[in-house]
Write a protein that binds this ligand. Structure first.
Ligand code: 13P
Length: 261
């Protein structure tokens, strides 16, 4: 069956760019992209929380076709959670996509599978779309544990969701050993893991949800490797870290579609 999933390229800025730099980056990105890019690909930016209001204002006032994203959130609507930001607050800023369970949140800040499940559900409850992240460490990969790790994370993150909810969301496969290291998974490795993810969705939520869910690859994505990754049948998009900080480089990643048609 032909793949009708719309590609999604997302820029995760992590803890980079203050709000002035964010405005400039978004303006340069909008200038570097042309209407054909937007017709072919959904493009989202995920700035730090302190930038989101500024980014929202510039995107909306200039009618840019960029999707506003966030990097994480808490699962409660409000409460005594010092330092946290709620999904309701993000939805109010017209954030449409929220990264959930990034490996840096899991490994550095101790987010558990159960936290990730609650956040995924909360993001959906506020009308936004989660980008649920999964991926294995170098040690797990060396021990042949990639499929098991990814399967466990995806099952746990999606537990309790309906078929329709799962069909509408995004899952990102990001092997931890490929993040910020310059080591990219080969297109075959990326395809293999993304296929496993789609299989998990098919087993738990049915074929229709599996055919609809969008799966991104992330980990040292650059303009030079984007086309081969995007040519894989189960890779529907890219979650880009370092290369998304430079608007020209990010725009060249989005332009992959001009090379593979
Ligand atoms: P890099 O593209 O810098 O490897 O980061 C990937 C990532 O973690 C995106 O969420």
């Amino acid at each position: 069956m032909a793949n009708t999933r719309r590609p999604l390229i997302s820029g995760n800025w992590k803890m980079h760019h203050n709000h002035f730099e964010a405005i400039q980056t978004v303006q340069k990105l909008a200038y570097a992209l042309n209407p054909a890019d937007h017709d072919a690909v959904d493009v989202s930016v995920h700035p730090p929380f302190t930038d989101i209001r500024s980014v929202q204002t510039v995107i909306e006032s200039d009618e840019m076709r960029l999707i506003i994203g966030a990097q994480h959130c808490h699962f409660e609507e409000k409460g005594a959670f010092t330092g946290e930001v709620s999904p309701a607050m993000l939805a109010k800023l017209n954030v449409a996509l929220v990264i959930v369970g990034h490996s840096e949140r899991r490994e550095v800040f101790g987010e558990t599978d159960d936290d990730v499940r609650r956040k995924t559900a909360a993001v959906i409850a506020y009308g936004m779309t989660p980008i649920l992240c999964c991926g294995e460490t170098q040690e797990e990969r060396a021990a042949g544990g990639t499929d098991a790790k990814v399967t466990g994370q995806v099952k746990a993150g999606l537990a309790g969701l309906s078929q329709d909810q799962v069909a509408g969301l995004v899952i990102a496969y990001e092997p931890i050993w490929a993040i910020g290291t310059g080591l990219t998974a080969t297109p075959e490795d990326a395809q293999s893991a993304c296929r496993v993810v789609r299989g998990v969705v098919a087993d738990g939520w049915g074929r229709e949800a599996a055919d609809a869910v969008r799966i991104q690859y992330g980990g040292s994505v650059k303009p030079v490797n984007a086309p081969d990754l995007m040519m894989q049948p189960d890779v529907d998009g890219l979650l880009v870290g370092g290369a998304s900080l430079d608007p020209d480089e990010f725009a060249r990643i989005v332009a992959y579609h001009r090379l593979i048609g």
